[in-house]
Write a protein that binds this ligand. Sequence first.
Ligand code: AMP
Length: 612
Amino acid sequence: MPEAPKISLKPTDYNLVEKNKKTLQFIEDVTANADEVQERVLGEILTRNANVEYLVKHGLKGHNDRETFKKVIPVSTYEDIQQEINRIANGDTSKILCSKPISEFLTSSGTSGGERKLMPTIEEELGRRSLLYSLLMPVMSQFVPGLDKGKGMYFLFIKSEAKTPGGLLARPVLTSYYKSSHFKERPYDPYTNYTSPNETILCPDSYQSMYSQLLCGLYQNKEVLRVGAVFASGFIRAIRFLEKHWTLLCNDIRSGTMNPQITDPCVREAVMKILKPDPMLADFIEAECSKDSWRGIITRLWPNTKYVDVIVTGTMSQYIPVLDYYSNNLPLVCTMYASSECYFGVNLNPLCKPSEVSYTLIPTMCYFEFLPVHRNNGVTNSPNVPKSLTEKEQQELVDLVDVKLGHEYELVVTTYSGLYRYRVGDVLRVAGFKNKAPQFNFICRKNVVLSIDSDKTDEVELQNAVKNAVNHLMPFDATISEYTSYADTKSIPGHYVLFWEISLNGSTPIPPSVFEDCCLTIEESLNSVYRQGRVSDKSIGPLEIKIVEPGTFDKLMDYAISLGASINQYKTPRCVKFAPIVELMNSRVVSSYFSPKCPKWVPGHKKWNNGD
Ligand code: AMP
């Protein structure tokens, strides 16, 4: 991930060692004084927002101490504050959640009612995000020296944005960041020296953006010391793009000109400042790309690469084997943990194994609390968290410095931009401490069963989608007796697979087109992040339904029981991940069908587009 330094310095007077030392000292200080910093952060948030409607409504009466805050202010979910959010989106500028003006909405990949959640933010949060980014490279350079001597090849993209009825922008947090002066006008820093010119990152057309970033990355291949993207899925998409388009890219490098499909004048101008004819490099790339195997393609094309910087924790861990294959087992480095609500923490031991990654929460980012989680050991990995909390459960929340090693918690934050005791939806486990600040393994996102890219589909959404699809089977007197699902990431892009066991009472065979309609209906019923991934980002492939032999789900139950599941409590898992179970399901497939086209998707919220 790119980082934005705070201090403006010219290359000549840039004292890297000094700056790194200062940054590491900052981490020492805030972690050593984690509790004091947290108290100060909460005090600041509550003091400046003392008169906002939300806090007044709950009777905080200007108090800014932890005890009163915890007694008076309830733990909240998005649905609890949806009315306030809607008012802000519709143009109400009174101080509803925050005393500072809401500058825009950040659209989370977490959804509510099928639509992205809208997270209010304020201008100064960009500074806090920049601060977190600025911690990453000083940490990294403790483990990998010389990173200032070359460039980073990062595939970074913006996504479409919309306007709320009240005129506020609504866009993903990274789009907001890349379009801000914090990123665009960053002063010289050897650690933010990327192969991609800003114009290629800021190009709204995803094909032109990817093509031009790859072209610049290939052309500067010897200078590249680290490669990456935000999430593993994005990096793999870039490799896939290269597989498809390397001949065109080689032509451009050979001739020093640009493929006419790249029409964005800003992109062309920026790339043409870099690109000169280099037939030898073009021959080299062509020779490597035309080999049968693409094993180690990263280290072959970018021979000085020291690590791959992508998030492979959480659902992204499914991509580790593919990344290992393409990168010849280079270290996979997860540097940070962040969200639209707030940026949270950094990995202080970035060369550790992906399975051991832990994030140290930075106590200045927001006020953190932790709700103890008691997970069931189900196949779906869903934690057993009640929807709204009882009085007693509200009192169970603990502070940052009071979490216990090995215990699991749901993250709850109070932010400078007006979220109070807000449940982010992530489950974390305490893996250790940096001074007084805990370090957390990312365990899972609450309730998510399927994810390919940034989409997060939960069990209820899946259930509704299947229910809608089953209507197509009614004319054939057929129903689904059981179903489960699986995120297939062997194909690139990955896609959702549903295993269906059908009970057919009628005698008319069901034509393939009916199952294809079922696939499309499921896709149409899934949330807008999924549909955006299918339509705009092309990061998710067509959904597949696999019909399995009668009796398959009995076999699945037998297998689960042989592994120790209780017969009485057995429920069909709505998602399977464990390889032998996926294999068992796949071995009994009788036919399979794909969605014939993309579902509908338009930027923004459905209700804004309908005008109601
Ligand atoms: P969004 O609000 O769309 O930016 O998504 C934020 C969510 O992405 C977080 O709440 C996590 O569920 C997930 N996420 C972010 N960073 C990481 C990470 N380093 N490892 C695993 N999951 C992450």
